[in-house]
Design a binder for this molecule. Structure first.
Ligand SMILES: [Zn+2]
Ligand SMILES: [Zn+2]
Length: 242
């Protein structure tokens, strides 16, 4: 990152059990006025987890004209993508839509490129120490600096997401049997590769973490919400009729 470079960060909704943001270059910040954003969860066809993307609706057009925001950014600056190719995220953070982080890869990779490609996409998942790699640091920095959401916000923010299964059919995220959780620590984009892979916070039973390090780091901002939820759970247990 060069000194003086500005970045945009836009709220795209809740997905994978947490609030999601997308990172943009300074030259693309003005686009946030033109689009409405959603967090879109795509379950991988190979049965290996899911990805969360920024999905954008052009406000000047019909509501139905949504697009993947990373594809839009690529086309805007670099032109169309040849058939058989797709736009991917170099650092594996699928909401980091800075042009530098985007590249074109074969959409059904041959054996050789598959190794390289899956290495790239799963890089973040192999990052078991929860430390960001160098190329993910910018995203971590940006997201870590955001103020935590308060519980009042939570309520209406919940509406702003969509989840799709491997066949591209929309499912409700509340349908817990189908939703993959992303690590609740905001900058960590590690997402479950199997349902219920991550362990749940023992106190509130609401959020999931990829490991103890992320849980520890998230505690200062999760603390308040967690204690309230834990209290509610206890009162439900004591007065089950409420
Ligand atoms: Zn994590
Ligand atoms: Zn908790």
């Amino acid at each position: 990152m060069q000194a003086g470079q500005k970045l945009g960060i836009v709220y795209i909704g809740k997905a994978g059990g947490k609030h999601k943001y997308s990172l943009l270059d300074e030259k693309d910040i003005h686009l946030v006025k033109r689009f409405r954003f959603e967090a879109k969860v795509d379950v991988n066809k190979d049965g290996n987890g899911a990805n969360i993307f920024a999905y954008a609706f052009d406000l000047s057009r019909e509501e139905t004209s949504g697009c993947y925001f990373h594809e839009y950014i690529w086309e805007r600056h670099c032109g169309g993508v040849a058939p058989g190719f797709r736009v991917s995220h170099k650092n594996g953070v699928t909401v980091d839509n800075r042009l530098n982080n985007l590249c074109v890869t074969p959409s059904s990779p041959s054996k050789n490129s598959k190794v390289q490609f899956s290495h790239m996409e799963s890089a973040i998942n192999n990052n078991c120490g929860s430390e960001p790699r160098d190329d993910q640091r910018l995203y971590w920095m940006a997201v870590s600096r955001l103020p935590p959401f308060d519980a009042e916000h939570e309520h209406f923010m919940n509406l702003n997401y969509k989840c799709y299964n491997a066949n591209g059919e929309q499912v409700m995220e509340e349908d817990d049997t189908l939703s993959f959780y992303e690590c609740h620590y905001p900058p960590c984009c590690k997402i479950e590769t199997e349902l219920r892979e991550f362990s749940i916070c023992g106190q509130c039973q609401q959020v999931r973490y990829c490991g103890p390090l992320c849980q520890e780091r998230d505690w200062p901002s999760h603390k308040k919400y967690c204690k309230e939820k834990a209290k509610q759970r206890i009162s439900y247990d004591v007065f089950p009729e409420r």
